[in-house]
Design a protein around this ligand. Sequence first.
Ligand SMILES: Cc1cc2nc3c(=O)[nH]c(=O)nc-3n(C[C@H](O)[C@H](O)[C@H](O)COP(=O)(O)OP(=O)(O)OC[C@H]3O[C@@H](n4cnc5c(N)ncnc54)[C@H](O)[C@@H]3O)c2cc1C
Length: 432
Amino acid sequence: MDEVKNNIIVPASDYPRVVVIGGGFAGISFIKTLRNKPVQVVLLDRNNYHLFQPLLYQVASCAIEPDSITFPLRKLFSRYTNFVFRMCEVLSVKPEQNRITTDKGSLTYDFLVVATGGKTNFFNLEQVKASSLDLKSIQASINIRSRILQNLERTVITTDPAEKDALTNFVVVGGGPAGVEMAGAIAEFKQHILPYDYPEINPDIFHIFLIEADTRILGTMSKESSLRALTELEKKGVIVLLKRAVLSYDHINVYLNTKETLHARTLVWTAGVTGQYPSGLHNLSDKQNNRLRTDRFNKVEGSDNIFAIGDVAFMTDDEFQQGHPMVAQVAIQQGHLLARNIINILQNKPLMLFKYKDKGTLATIGRNRAVAEIGKIKLKGYIAWLLWSLVHIVSISGFRNKVLVGWNWMWTYFTYDMGNQMIITKITDNKK
Ligand SMILES: Cc1cc2nc3c(=O)[nH]c(=O)nc-3n(C[C@H](O)[C@H](O)[C@H](O)COP(=O)(O)OP(=O)(O)OC[C@H]3O[C@@H](n4cnc5c(N)ncnc54)[C@H](O)[C@@H]3O)c2cc1C
């Protein structure tokens, strides 16, 4: 009786049940491919929306509204006859019982697909974790936006020059695409919003620092693109500090390994991502970056019916001996192939090996400026920016969201007016 009471109720079905944890890029690509196929798909997510993470930095920098990069999962699959959604936090997996437990009850599965993505990696820097802001969720991006605007409101009324300095210093840690795009967007904010919305503040006191431990930013791209991005950022006034690592941060002092100290009331950490998944699978994980080791069919090592796709999956082949990059295209392609392989399993057909097709890398550095690498083709400047804009509009879920983001960008492009400078949640120095 208890057992039944604690179960998550899903409609009865004669089909095998595939439980998917996570409605990110990997999860939704998997489900789309299984549309109305002879399986019951149960999607579990802690949120009721899909999040387009690549544009989080635009929410954080007041360029677009949070709603335009989120899409309701129920709406996304409303026409699917074999789809069930339950909003819950998945806590653990019991592989020997084919059962998962969640904060809302438990559920059995025939196949389990772990598509839980990653979380910010602070590399055990606990003080940095407690004092900084990350950029991994919609709440986090709204927090950054609030922090910037609150700090400016405080700057206007403070008379202490040292505090004024800290309030108007903005530090981004991590020179990957997320950090570069974040720093570039804040530079645009400084140029196009600050002088008009905050005429009391001299823009010259607003400093943006980008800190990278490596010898160059955008380390996964060619040296040419990385140099180009560096030049563009510096032209926009971003102070790029290479070969520096953050050792600690206490809400105001940023301590670097070079013994330098910066004073900043805002530090955004984009320097690392690590896998995340419910407990019960830990002994199956890759120790180095906490992703689940899988074979080339995305089957989690040591299991027959548990699969991992996207950021959480650690799959190697000759070309990707350290695993695939944690990017959306890998997640989408793995989701699609696994869905086809699940059908193959049910039909006793041979399975297809995963082979990643790299469609290229893009990073933007604000208006009209971007770098793009597609195979051997390298693009920069306006053309790369146009391509970046097109790729993102096409990739966002939902026609309404495409229109919203496209309209926002066009409006901002011609008017320089962003219009999202609202402090919706108040955020204190001690609160994330
Ligand atoms: C700021 C930023 C910028 C980026 N820019 C780019 C870019 O320009 N290009 C690119 O290709 N990639 C980019 N990425 C990476 C890209 O977003 C990820 O590779 C992609 O989201 C991975 O997809 P996924 O489905 O594996 O995981 P996610 O998209 O992270 O989805 C995981 C889902 O699982 C859910 N979940 C997790 N754990 C649980 C649980 N225990 N219970 C219930 N639900 C759970 C989450 O709520 C989420 O919906 C960026 C990422 C960030 C953070």
